[in-house]
Design a binder for this molecule. Structure first.
Ligand code: PLP
Length: 366
């Protein structure tokens, strides 16, 4: 068996130790004589797995007691609709920051459900920098402010939390799509009203979505929302209104254990991620062949897009990278170029190997 280095943007690399553990437990979970996949979600065994996972996530992110954690299906994309349904029951206008393709999709869904105000946009700098706090103009009736912490396709990341408190209004909750950056470094959950993330980048396999919601926001839902969208109903049912994605939840739990015990927590993870990303950006900046357009302060530590000076070298680059065991370096189909995603489970050695490959490729072909 050979495992290559996987730079996929999602579904993404998982820690090898997690896959090994899942393999060991696949047919017979801890002597119970069945797989986690085959268990009732209401069985004591699975409830214990679910509660352990939630507690480990709470420990890792230091989630305050007045926040609920939901383990759902539907992906981050379903949250684009669930957020407005859950937060607009008292009226008001949802406010959004536009920073790239994912923010745009979130805005489109809110518009579809009744309208949205774009409070600031990165359009004027062609998505190379996030709006600064002083550029954010909330509507007077803002129901919430939504932003995308890390634009996975553009490689553009916020270097601050755009919290309305600092804009002079403490009543506007901040909603964050943290799909591609959650658990990559410590955050202060208290800065947010709602955090959501599809699992398949930094949490676990596809099919699971994590939502962290402050409990005073559970009573703002629109009356016309489907019951399975309702954060309050979901919270009261322990995310088990219907069958939750049990195996993905279990695997996410193994990833949380890995982060706690193998990595040693999010401060360590953050330092490792910082090192991985800085190395790759400096290799790009010091080369004549590769380039990245994002302003240094807003460069993503998770997704590093870059282009080659000569488009004709794209295919040879990808072919040779794959032959060298470096997988999934092609950029998103909408933007082209290259992208190396450096999520938590991508080891530093993968980044070192990638940089050595890029340097060698430039020498030979650049
Ligand atoms: C991947 C991603 C999404 C979409 O996630 P799905 O789980 O496929 O719906 C949304 N937002 C961001 C920032 C992402 O990286």
């Amino acid at each position: 068996m050979t495992r290559h280095y996987n730079f996929c943007a999602g579904p993404a690399a998982l820690p090898e130790a997690v896959l090994e553990r899942a393999k060991d437990e696949l047919l017979d979970y801890q002597g119970r004589g069945l797989s986690v996949m085959e268990m009732s979600h209401r069985s004591p065994e699975f409830v214990a797995i679910a509660e352990r996972a939630e507690q480990d996530l709470r420990d890792l992110l230091e989630i305050p007691a007045n926040y609920r954690v939901l383990f759902l299906q539907g992906g981050a994309t379903m949250q684009f609709a669930m957020v407005p349904y859950n937060l607009l029951g008292l009226g008001g206008t949802p406010n959004y920051l536009y920073t790239g393709i994912w923010a745009k999709k979130a805005i489109a869904e809110a518009q579809h459900l009744g309208g949205a105000h774009v409070a600031a946009s990165s359009e004027s700098n062609r998505l190379t920098a996030v709006p600064r706090p002083e550029d954010i103009e909330l509507s007077s009736d803002a129901a919430y402010l939504h932003y995308t912490a890390n634009e996975t396709i553009g490689g553009l990341a916020f270097d601050y939390v755009p919290e309305p408190r600092s804009l002079g209004d403490s009543s506007v909750p901040v909603v964050c799509d943290m799909s591609s950056s959650i658990l990559s470094a410590p955050i202060d959950v208290a800065d947010y009203g709602v955090i959501y993330a599809g699992a398949q980048k930094n949490i676990g396999p596809a099919g699971l979505t994590v939502v962290i919601v402050r409990d005073d926001l559970l009573d703002r839902g629109r009356a016309d929302m489907p019951s399975l969208f309702n954060y309050k109903t979901l919270a009261e049912a322990g995310s088990m209104v219907n069958t939750p994605p049990t195996y993905a939840w279990y695997l996410a739990g193994l990833v949380f254990q890995w982060l706690k015990h193998d990595v040693g927590g999010l401060a360590n993870m953050g330092a490792i991620n910082q090192r991985k990303a800085s190395k790759l950006y400096s290799a790009i900046d010091n080369s004549g062949l590769y380039s990245n357009p994002i302003v240094p302060g807003n460069r993503s530590r998770m997704n590093v897009p870059f282009v080659l000076a000569d488009d004709r070298l794209n295919q040879p680059f990808l072919d040779e990278a794959e032959a060298a065991g470096l997988l999934n370096l092609n950029g998103h189909r909408s933007v082209g170029g290259m992208r190396a995603s450096l999520y938590n489970a991508v080891p530093e050695a993968a980044v070192d190997t990638l940089i050595a490959f890029m340097t060698d490729f430039e020498k030979r072909r650049g």
